[in-house]
Design a protein around this ligand. Structure first.
Ligand code: GLU
Length: 440
């Protein structure tokens, strides 16, 4: 594995993610009648754990990595959320990701709260054995904080099914019993669910297909730009391409490629898989005859005049510095938190419809829920069953948020938060409120 640092898509780290996420909460609270108790509980993460993970390196030396696990809220069920490996992971980032998971699970009506984990590490600079020791060391450090009924892990940026397999195995070793329900996104042979690997993109695809007719668009006349070519970005580009959409631009952390008449996504994917970089597509080798394109920067991609823009990389990509450049009519947030709250206001003034992350990328955690259910009852579903159930849930919640936005004349993001807050508020209030205890 190479030594280079994974790109941040120029993530602006001066913006506190948790403070910015909190703005969305305050915004949505204006449209709900949540009890004071519910509001007070939702303003703070329930528990945050910071651990140091010593890892024996292949050369015999010892490195110590910082790891985090945050449970933001568990009033609707055990915490649920992924684990991210990235050099710039911080407690602030993990807390805000756990906050978003809380709302995401409520939007999809999953019986989970919100949690998240992360390790500040450049996974590309570790050997595979070092990565395994790190993953097992992380579980050893947080084992008392997680569990199938407490807090359930899953993949996120730069973690995959093999990492989840190591984590589940390590937890099972510690518990001295097989515990598949502590981690989702596992390899199929270790209790993983069919369809989990494509679930985030599949969920986004179902939501896009549900919303498209509302804007009098049909796939063949709809142009799309996708920022990010990881699991979610590459899969959504492919699904849209297969359905006849014109995917005119895609990017990874190295840069973007653009073709006015539409890119041949399967060829781009094949080259990315072979070379680890879509930059290889800029080359003058055979691919240039397969994939007609111009090279551009990630910033240029975000400003393309397309019908649909899909940020599928990292947080803080559209800020008050570049929101005015966005020309897309619709944005579907496949990444978590790609748009800051300041940028939201600018996009709204410019008439851009933003379909929020807590709905659009919730397909991943929804199929994680299906995986957890399958682990608990020991019966495994077909891929068709998984996708059908996912489609049903995505359409139902997307339509519901669309209706809330229109009936209350509020942005789609606020509508999604309102929808989630109503469910969260009910769960918190079910344990008693001030009015219940003092009678007024
Ligand atoms: N990491 C994914 C997310 O941000 C999936 C979480 C999960 O499956 O628990 O939604």
């Amino acid at each position: 594995m190479g030594q280079s640092s994974p790109g941040r898509y120029e993530n602006d780290m001066s913006i506190s993610l948790l403070a910015d996420a909190g703005q969305r909460l305050e915004q949505a609270l204006k449209y709900t009648s949540l009890s004071d108790d519910a509001i007070a509980s939702l303003r703070h993460p329930k528990a945050s754990l910071t651990v140091s993970i010593p890892v024996r390196r292949d050369d015999g030396s010892l490195s110590v990595f910082q790891g985090y696990r945050v449970r933001y809220d568990d009033s609707r069920g055990p915490g649920k959320g992924g684990v991210r490996y990235h050099p710039s992971v911080t407690l602030d980032e993990v807390q805000s990701l756990a906050f978003w998971m809380t709302f995401k699970c409520a939007v999809l009506n999953l019986p989970f709260g919100g949690a998240k984990g992360g390790i500040a590490v450049n996974p590309k600079a570790l050997s595979r054995l070092e990565l395994e020791r790190l993953s097992r060391g992380y579980i050893a450090a947080i084992a008392d904080f997680i569990g199938p009924d407490v807090d359930i892990l899953a993949p996120d940026v730069y973690t995959n099914s093999m990492v989840m397999g190591w984590m589940m195995d390590q937890y099972s070793i510690i518990q001295r019993r097989s515990s598949p329900g502590v981690v989702t996104g596992k390899p199929i042979t270790m209790g993983g669910s069919l369809g989990r690997d494509t679930a985030t993109a599949m969920g986004a695809f179902f939501a896009i297909e549900t919303m498209l007719p509302k804007f009098d668009l049909i796939p063949q006349n709809t142009t799309v730009a996708v920022q990010g070519f990881g699991n979610a970005g590459a899969t959504i580009a492919d699904l849209l391409f297969q359905a006849g959409y014109k995917v005119v631009a895609v990017s990874d952390s190295q840069g973007a490629i653009y073709c006015k008449t539409g890119l041949d996504i399967p060829s781009v994917r094949a080259f990315k898989d072979a070379t680890r970089s879509i930059k290889a597509v800029y080359c003058d080798r055979t691919v240039c005859s397969i994939v007609d394109h111009d090279a551009m920067s990630n910033a240029d991609l975000l400003a393309l005049d397309v019908d649909i823009l899909i940020p599928a990389a990292l947080e803080n990509q559209i800020t008050d510095a570049n929101a005015r450049d966005v020309k897309a009519k619709l944005i579907f947030e496949v990444a978590n938190g790609p748009i800051t709250s300041d940028a939201d206001q600018i996009l709204q003034q410019n008439g851009v419809y933003v379909f929020p992350d807590i709905l659009i990328n919730a397909g991943g955690v929804t199929v994680s829920y299906f995986e957890w259910v399958q682990n608990r009852n020991g019966m495994y579903w077909t891929l068709e069953d998984v996708n059908q159930q996912l489609q049903r849930k995505m359409i139902e919640e997307a339509e519901c948020i669309w209706t809330i936005a229109h009936s209350r004349s509020i942005p789609l993001r606020t509508a999604a938060y309102v929808h989630a807050l109503e469910r969260l508020g009910e769960a918190i209030d079910a344990k008693g409120t001030r009015r219940y205890y003092n009678g007024h």
